[in-house]
Ligand binder design. Structure first.
Ligand code: G1P
Length: 315
C-alpha cells in the first residue's frame, strides 16, 4: 500500500493555555503579595486583557496554569455576589456591568503547576485540558494591543501551514538575550509575513543569536508538542523550555511537525517590565472611553512644564 500524501484535515484551535505561575520578580516589591497578572493596567488587571484577547480570537475555553499565592486570579474570574448585590441595591448599573464582565468572559479554568519548572512544564500541565487538538498559548506578561489581530493571524497560519506557530518581533540586538530567538527563511509564495522557522534558541547572547527576531508571548501549538515536552530536559536557567521543545518540532517531519512564525509589527507591552508597564498605562489610558481625552490634555500640558521637560525645579 502506498503512503497517502493527503494531509489530515486540520482543526482550528479552540482552547488556550495561559501560564501564570511566575513569581514576578522584576516588579518587586509590588508583586510580593499580589500576583503580577493582577497588576492593574488602567482599570483592569493585566490578565483580563489577555483573557479578552483569547475570547476575541475564538479560543474562549481557557486553562490558566497558576501556582501558590495566585488565588486572587480565581477570585477575579468568579462571581462576587456581595459586591453585585451592593451595586444592584444602589442602582449602579455601570459598575455592575464592569464587575460582571470579568466573570462572563470565557470559560476560565485553573490548574496548579506544583513545582516551578519552567514555561515548557507549565504548558505541559495544560495537556489534560487541551487534549489532542491545536491550542493557543498566551503569556500573561505580554499585552497585545486590541487594535492588532496577532492571535487570529496565528490561528489562520496554523490552519494553512499545520504544525506550530510562534509570534516573532524584531528587537534591538542587545535585547535578544531576554527572549527566545528564531532563525527563519521565506516561504515560497507566502506574502502575509509568515516565515518558516528553521531553528530556535532560548535567550542567546547577541553574538550567538541567529537573528534579531524574538519570540513574543503568543503561540499556536500542535498537540504533538506535549510528547516532546514530556522528554525535554531542563535547558537555560535549569528550566524546561518551550523554545527547546519547539526547536525539536521545527526540525522534525511527519504529523504536526514544523514551525512557522508570524512577524508582528504592532504594539506589544511587556507588563512585567516596569518601564513598559508605564508605557502601557499611558497608551491605554489616553484611549479610555471615560477619561482618555482629559488624560491626554493633561499629559500634553504637563510635558511642556519644567517638571515634564525634566528641567531643574525652580527655587
Ligand atoms: C519566555 C520564553 C521566551 C520568550 C518570552 C516572551 O521567557 O521562554 O522564549 O521570548 O517568554 O516574553 P520569559 O520572559 O518567561 O523569561
Amino acid at each position: 500500500m502506498t503512503e497517502s500524501t493527503t494531509p489530515a484535515v486540520r482543526r482550528r484551535a479552540r482552547k488556550a493555555v495561559i501560564p501564570a505561575a511566575g513569581l514576578g520578580t522584576r516588579f518587586l516589591p509590588a508583586t510580593k503579595a499580589i500576583p503580577k497578572e493582577m497588576l492593574p493596567v488602567v482599570d483592569k488587571p493585566a490578565i483580563q486583557y489577555v483573557v479578552e484577547e483569547a475570547v476575541r480570537a475564538g479560543v474562549p475555553d481557557i486553562v490558566t496554569i497558576t501556582g501558590r499565592s495566585k488565588a486572587s486570579l480565581e477570585d477575579h474570574f468568579d462571581r462576587h455576589w456581595e459586591l453585585e448585590q451592593a451595586l444592584e441595591r444602589k442602582g449602579d448599573e455601570k459598575r455592575l456591568k464592569r464587575v460582571r464582565k470579568s466573570n462572563d468572559l470565557g470559560d476560565v479554568h485553573f490548574v496548579r503547576q506544583g513545582e516551578p519548572k519552567g514555561l515548557g512544564h507549565a504548558v505541559l500541565i495544560g495537556k489534560n485540558h487541551v487534549g489532542d487538538e491545536p491550542f493557543a498559548v498566551l503569556l500573561g506578561d505580554d499585552l497585545i494591543d486590541e487594535g492588532d489581530h496577532l492571535l487570529e493571524e496565528m490561528i489562520e497560519a496554523q490552519l494553512k501551514h499545520g504544525g506550530s506557530v510562534v509570534a516573532l518581533m524584531e528587537v534591538p540586538a542587545e535585547q535578544i538575550n531576554l527572549y527566545g530567538c528564531a532563525e527563519v527563511e521565506q516561504i515560497d509564495g507566502e506574502t502575509s509575513g509568515v516565515v518558516r522557522v528553521k531553528g530556535l534558541v532560548e535567550k542567546p547572547s547577541p553574538e550567538e543569536a541567529p537573528s534579531n527576531l524574538a519570540i513574543i508571548g503568543r503561540y499556536v501549538l500542535d498537540p504533538s508538542i506535549f510528547e516532546v515536552l514530556e522528554r525535554t530536559e531542563p535547558g537555560r536557567g535549569g528550566e524546561i523550555q518551550l523554545t527547546d521543545a519547539l526547536q525539536e518540532r521545527a526540525n522534525a517531519t511527519g504529523d504536526g511537525a514544523g514551525v512557522v512564525g508570524v512577524v508582528f509589527k504592532g504594539n506589544r507591552y511587556d507588563t512585567g517590565d516596569r518601564l513598559d508597564y508605564l508605557k502601557a498605562v499611558v497608551r491605554l489610558g489616553v484611549r479610555h472611553h471615560d477619561f482618555g481625552d482629559d488624560f491626554r490634555s493633561w499629559l500634553q500640558e504637563w510635558v511642556t512644564t519644567d517638571e515634564g521637560k525634566g528641567n531643574e525645579k525652580r527655587a
